[in-house]
Design a protein. Structure first.
Length: 331
């Protein structure tokens, strides 16, 4: 029997097209409507969003900006009116499955837990750009699941992230990383694991997967990945820093050796071995994770695998000194 009361926080900025879809998915939840509420935090949208009538409670707040991170400010703004202990964050361009809250509630009742990370996947069309993002996300989700599997969790996704208000306060919230525009999820997770690792779990269930939209142009994708990559240097997790460097130098060596081969400076067998080894390892991880995330078959794997080292290396290098745009703002 469901017992847990949830407050779902959704920061948004100019999401009039996406929010109705998310709210509609909430209306389909197989969960008592008196056990959850939705708090929308408007972060300076150009056009006012008006909520239609729903059976569950929906509130709209105006974001109170106090830091360099709009999303962290939005979560803290919502905290001021929340009376439930369990909080979930998700994004305006997502939809949830009908058993999303029920699965979380079951897990909470069975485990002594104060923070739960969950999976996120894309709703793709047949374009190469969409499937490239799905394969990239599958690799990130695979690394996330694997890190929790070896008790070294360091990464999560704020589109499917739950924790108790009391634990958030115990961790002093976002103090210490509020100068960084993003990271409302990763930095909080790493603080939690450093303090009380036994309270932080990953919930691997197909009923708990949140579905989001892929981006529709390469520029937006690059900026999004730069935003993600820019957090790595501030990771509290040594394992996360090490893995980030390992991935970067793995991709860099792939690009470097391919360049040497094109100029006749590297033996063909060495290049084949490097490319073949990386492709094999990546394919196994992506295949297993993608099978969990979606029923769709993998597409464009070979082409994506060839392009990804160039893309990843460029994003990582640019994130060290470049600027990016996010929700109409420059960071």
């Amino acid at each position: 029997m469901p017992k847990t009361k949830f407050s779902i926080i959704i920061p948004f900025r100019d999401e009039n097209e996406n929010l109705p879809l998310l709210l509609d998915s909430f209306s389909r939840l197989k969960y008592p409507i008196d056990l959850f509420e939705v708090i929308l935090v408007d972060d300076d949208s150009k056009k006012e969003f008006k909520v239609q009538n729903f059976k569950f409670k929906v509130s709209i707040l105006t974001n109170e900006r106090v830091s360099n991170s709009p999303k962290k400010d939005a979560i803290v703004t919502a905290m001021q009116i929340i009376n439930t202990d369990w909080i979930i964050t998700t994004d305006a361009d997502c939809v949830v499955t009908e058993n999303w809250l029920l699965t979380l509630d079951n897990y909470i009742q069975l485990h002594a837990v104060a923070m739960i990370a969950g999976a996120v996947t894309y709703n793709c069309d047949n374009s190469f750009l969409h499937h490239f993002q799905q394969l990239d996300l599958a690799s990130l989700q695979g690394a996330t699941i694997g890190s929790f599997g070896i008790h070294k969790g360091f990464m999560c996704n704020g589109a499917n992230f739950a924790y108790t208000k009391s634990f958030f306060q115990e961790l002093n919230g976002f103090n210490g990383n509020d100068t960084i525009a993003s990271g409302d999820d990763v930095f909080l997770l790493q603080k939690a694991i450093a303090k009380s690792p036994e309270k932080v779990h990953y919930l691997k269930s197909p009923n708990n997967i949140v579905i989001t939209k892929p981006l529709d142009d390469w520029k937006s994708l690059c900026y999004q990945r730069v935003r993600w990559a820019s957090k790595t240097s501030s990771y509290q997790s040594r394992f996360g820093q090490f893995l980030g460097l390992l991935v970067f130098f793995g991709n860099l060596s792939w690009v470097f050796n391919l360049g040497l081969w094109l100029f006749g400076l590297s033996p063909t067998p060495i290049v084949i071995m490097i490319i073949g080894s990386k492709f094999t390892i990546d394919s196994i991880l992506i295949y297993k994770t993608n099978r969990f995330l979606t029923k769709n078959e993998i597409q464009y794997l070979i082409l994506s695998s060839f392009l990804y080292p160039f893309f990843s290396t460029s994003v990582a290098l640019y994130s060290l000194f470049g600027k990016y745009e996010w929700k109409g703002r420059k960071f």
